[in-house]
Design a protein around this ligand. Structure first.
Ligand code: ZN
Length: 426
């Protein structure tokens, strides 16, 4: 008899976890579809994703603090729109695969001559200054591999030179070509530069390159409106909170042909957040009120979470703990816990529970790091962890971070671990 009950319980548990992973997969698929345009600014992908998440909040039955779930805020965004063309001599390169155009780049549509900087001109600022008059009406090529074995000081100098060449109003130059080895990494920008900046894989460019054709269009929006999405489940202790957070935005589009799906970063974290919301809404009242926030505009500088900490809808001092989820799509090597060293007792709870329940390969400790939406909460004294998965595929801020190849390897084990933490938090 006992065996049968255990078997039935095991069977029911397996069913629940199968449902969880199905829900997660459906959410990641949906959020990464081209309909949401990479959840960025140009084409309103981020705002469309926000409407979708709000409808999930309603379906799950989360309550709203302000009747609308949305907390709006505004800032400036610079994006690449339209049809792109980059031609080196007679070869047309593929956007997203061979090259990126930095989102700060202004519109440009011309042929240009090219000048290559030598290593000596990159590592000595005085020698660099002598080259400036030679750059007139040209694209300047900066090959990062020339300084790959140099000190961080030299690498920073090269970064400063690139920034100067992009933004300085006092020089005459058509644009900057940066050559890199390895992987392309896209970004977001609140600034519009004076001239375009293209990042190209080095193996696509000959050192004999003399001429390029570039077509790119900029959309600069000084008053872009984004939003955080806030819902809650009331607890036995109403006015003390556990926050579960993650960002739903990603890098959006680079022109018409390329978008960045952001499966691992951070459709995976939003899937976990919504899954936990669903789980707790179908169970008995939790001990503390659970507040779920999907932050907007993280990728452009933690804008949404910073805004919330400056304009909280509920008092920050009543937050018992905050768990921020960002990049949860693998887990082959366990998880990393930012702020684990700061909140050692809570970290030890995670480790002990993980060991006794035989869940993840490891729960790894890390100190403070201002690298996701927990940052400004942490700065204001809110106890918080930022959790991300380790190991497995590592596509980051590129076109390959897509749902089809995101394994969600340890999704269910992490779900169980987070649930224990939330239920048992003192
Ligand atoms: Zn992220």
């Amino acid at each position: 008899m006992k065996f049968t009950i255990l078997f039935v319980l095991f069977f029911i548990n397996s069913l629940i976890y199968a449902q969880n992973i199905q829900y997660a997969r459906a959410l990641v698929d949906t959020l990464c579809s081209s309909y949401f345009d990479g959840r960025g600014y140009y084409n309103n992908g981020e705002n469309r994703a926000a409407e979708f998440i709000k409808s999930e909040y309603k379906k799950i039955g989360l309550q709203s603090v302000n009747n609308n779930y949305f907390q709006h805020f505004k800032f400036a965004t610079s994006s690449i729109k339209g049809d792109l063309l980059l031609q080196l001599e007679n070869t047309i390169l593929q956007p997203g695969i061979d090259y990126l155009i930095a989102p700060s780049s202004p519109s440009y549509s011309k042929k240009s001559k090219v000048i290559h900087l030598k290593k000596s001109e990159l590592i000595d600022i005085e020698i660099f200054k002598e080259t400036i008059p030679l750059l007139r009406n040209k694209f300047v090529v900066i090959d990062q591999s020339l300084v790959k074995n140099e000190s961080n000081k030299v690498k920073n100098l090269v970064r400063e030179i690139i920034y100067f060449l992009k933004f300085s109003p006092d020089i005459e130059l058509n644009g900057v070509i940066e050559l890199i080895e390895g992987k392309l990494t896209f970004s977001a920008s609140q600034l519009k530069a004076m001239r375009p900046h293209i990042i190209i894989l080095k193996n696509k460019v000959s050192h004999l390159l003399k001429k390029i054709i570039l077509k790119t269009e900029n959309q600069f929006d000084t008053n872009y409106q984004s939003q955080n999405i806030i819902g809650y489940i009331e607890g036995e202790i109403k006015d003390k909170y556990i926050y579960i957070t993650g960002h739903y935005d990603h890098l959006g589009r680079m022109g018409n042909s390329v978008y960045f799906p952001g499966a691992n970063d951070n459709a995976s974290g939003i899937a976990m957040l919504l899954n936990l919301a669903k789980e707790f809404s179908s169970e008995k009242k939790p001990k503390y009120t659970l507040v779920f926030i999907c932050f907007g505009s993280e990728e452009i500088g933690l804008v949404g979470s910073k805004y919330y900490t400056e304009n909280p809808l509920l008092p920050l001092k009543n937050i018992q703990f905050l768990i921020n989820l960002d990049i949860l799509g693998t887990g082959d090597d366990g998880i990393q816990v930012v702020n684990g060293k700061v909140h050692k007792k809570d970290f030890d709870y995670l480790v002990n529970t993980n060991n006794s329940k035989n869940l993840l390969k490891q729960v790894k400790i890390r100190g403070k790091a201002c690298n996701s939406d927990h940052c400004f909460f942490s700065e204001k004294g809110v106890p918080s962890f930022f959790i991300y998965t380790l190991g497995g595929i590592a596509h980051y801020h590129n076109i390959y971070d897509k749902s089809e190849t995101l394994p969600l390897t340890e999704y269910e084990d992490l779900f169980i671990l987070l649930k224990y933490f939330i239920v048992n938090k003192e």
